[in-house]
Design a protein around this ligand. Structure first.
Ligand SMILES: [Zn+2]
Ligand SMILES: [Zn+2]
Length: 107
């Protein structure tokens, strides 16, 4: 039986963020967070032109605005209400599939 690699929720921050370094990260709108998108705690993320999208621990879709290259405005990270826009629920579904496939692929 193959062992799956640890999920981002089982890992601790490795990006020198002043708030999370060495800790788990379950909330994404901490005002002091400077986590990078490549942080070990960051779930599989879709980079869009002005924002990044990802699923939180509960599988809910979240978005964070982009400030500059690899800089994100975590204070303004927020959940996306997927029942209003069919595109958002499609993105959530695709991220769920991509996450599951990647975990198998990387194990
Ligand atoms: Zn952080
Ligand atoms: Zn981090």
């Amino acid at each position: 039986m193959t062992r799956l690699p640890p999920s981002p929720f089982e890992r601790t921050c490795d990006c020198r963020c002043p708030t999370h370094h060495g800790r788990h990260r379950f909330t994404y709108n901490d005002s002091g967070c400077h986590c990078r998108i490549t942080c070990a705690t960051q779930p599989t993320t879709l980079l869009a032109p002005h924002a990044a999208l990802f699923l939180n621990y509960h599988g809910d879709l979240w978005t964070v605005p982009t400030l500059a290259a690899d800089r994100f405005d975590w204070r303004r990270a927020a959940p996306v209400t997927t029942d209003r826009n069919p595109a958002d629920s499609a993105i959530a579904r695709l991220l769920r599939t991509a996450t599951a496939e990647l975990r198998q692929h990387l194990s």
